[in-house]
Design a binder for this molecule. Structure first.
Ligand code: MG
Length: 388
């Protein structure tokens, strides 16, 4: 086995720290050559001491002097807003674990350099799908999803001989902490309640998105972009155990599923080692223990964000970018205690009604839609159009 060089961008977040664990489990196989983070200097420096990369990037240039102090000698520093994307050309595989729309430059730089992108940053694909699709056609460029559902679908499609006879993608959703609760019930939940995910441990933004089912809605758009499936052929089913990570149904009626315990290190390792598999098991099932698998349809009336995402996806153009941007603003407002949980869907809905209708032909179109979606959500919040 030859050594695969890896850049980990967004290295101090949940995906980044777990990527380091995967690499440390197979040190002969993987080598981290670059680490990058937005502003978490202490964590970034501690990681650099641990894995000794050639170069470390910090997006917040003001923190660069502090980083220099903490880094071992001989490690280069890149600083500033383009620093993370500048490391995309340094490795065989780039792990994009940046949170939110800020991950888009890393996605573009990696694909345009003809490298493999291990993509955990779903927002870049959702917001800029058509633009990312062009970059994916660069010779050598390859996108392997780290998002557990899409990684599962990727495996199911390989087992089912690709998309030629694919009938339907079924994305599973844990249902989040509020599964089974009524809309009335949910009008008073706290930030702490929303951050208490039953099966997955993730960052705050995606955990709130899981509680609203926006995360699943964004994943529907992500599946459409990744696998080219029609929205009518992408279903969501609630599966509280988070063991079946998603499924592919084929034209002969057969469904292929991927099962494992919820452990992000498995999809991370899959994306790093593809088309091979690593020798270290993460999330393996213990079938000697009685195991129940339950499935139920999502409550679309209570968790309105799911259908808002379908609506944006079907509208196409920059509607998904607009939706995702508005959602980031709404989630921030919720996390800061400015609005209640139920208002997140209201803000996104009202913002989506202000969508410009623009196409997503270029990166500028996407950046414009991102600004537009944020401004629309901010206006909805400022005008007090929602019930707090
Ligand atoms: Mg996911």
């Amino acid at each position: 086995v030859t050594t695969t060089s890896i850049s980990v961008l967004g290295s101090t977040g949940s995906i980044g720290t777990q990527t380091l664990e995967v690499v440390e489990a197979e040190p002969d196989r993987f080598e981290i050559v670059a680490l990058g983070a937005n502003s978490s200097v202490k964590e970034l420096a501690a990681q650099a001491v641990r894995v000794r990369p050639q170069v470390v990037a910090i997006a917040d240039a003001d923190r660069a002097p502090e980083l220099r102090e903490l880094l071992p000698k001989g490690i280069e520093i890149e600083a500033g807003p383009t620093a993370l994307a500048s490391l995309a050309t340094d490795a065989d595989v780039v792990v994009n674990g940046v949170v939110g729309f800020a991950g888009l430059p890393v996605t573009m730089a990696t694909l345009q350099a003809g490298r493999r992108l291990a993509l955990a940053n779903k927002e870049s694909l959702i917001a800029a799908g058509p633009v990312v699709a062009q970059a994916r056609r660069t010779p050598g460029a390859e996108l392997v999803p780290v998002d557990s559902e899409h990684c599962a679908v990727h495996m199911c499609l390989r087992a089912g001989e690709g998309t030629r006879r694919l009938a339907r993608i079924v994305l599973t959703a844990s249902g989040g902490p509020f599964r089974g609760r009524s809309a009335h019930d949910l009008s008073t939940v706290s930030v702490e309640d929303a951050l208490a995910h039953p099966t997955w441990s993730m960052g705050p933004k995606i955990t709130v998105d899981s509680s609203t089912l926006m995360n699943k809605g964004l994943e529907v758009i992500e599946a459409h972009e990744l696998f080219g499936a029609d929205y009518d052929d992408i279903d969501v089913v609630v599966h509280p155990q988070s063991i079946v990570h998603s499924m592919a149904e084929f034209t002969d009626g057969a469904t292929i599923a991927q099962l494992s315990m919820p452990d992000m290190r498995l999809p991370i390792a899959y994306a790093l080692a593809y088309p091979d598999r690593i020798g270290t098991p993460f999330g393996r099932m213990d079938w000697t223990t009685p195991t129940e698998l339950n499935f139920e349809p999502p409550d679309r009336a209570t968790f309105r964000c799911l259908d808002l995402a379908y609506q944006a996806g079907r509208s196409g153009g920059t509607a998904p970018a607009w939706l995702s941007a508005a959602n980031e603003v709404a989630v921030d407002a919720f996390l800061e205690g400015r609005i209640g949980w139920s208002a997140i869907a209201q803000v996104v809905d009202a913002a989506l009604q202000r969508w410009s209708g623009a196409a997503a032909a270029t990166l500028d179109d996407v950046l414009e839609a991102d600004r537009g979606g944020r401004a629309a959500a901010a206006a909805v919040l400022a005008n007090d159009e929602v019930n707090r």
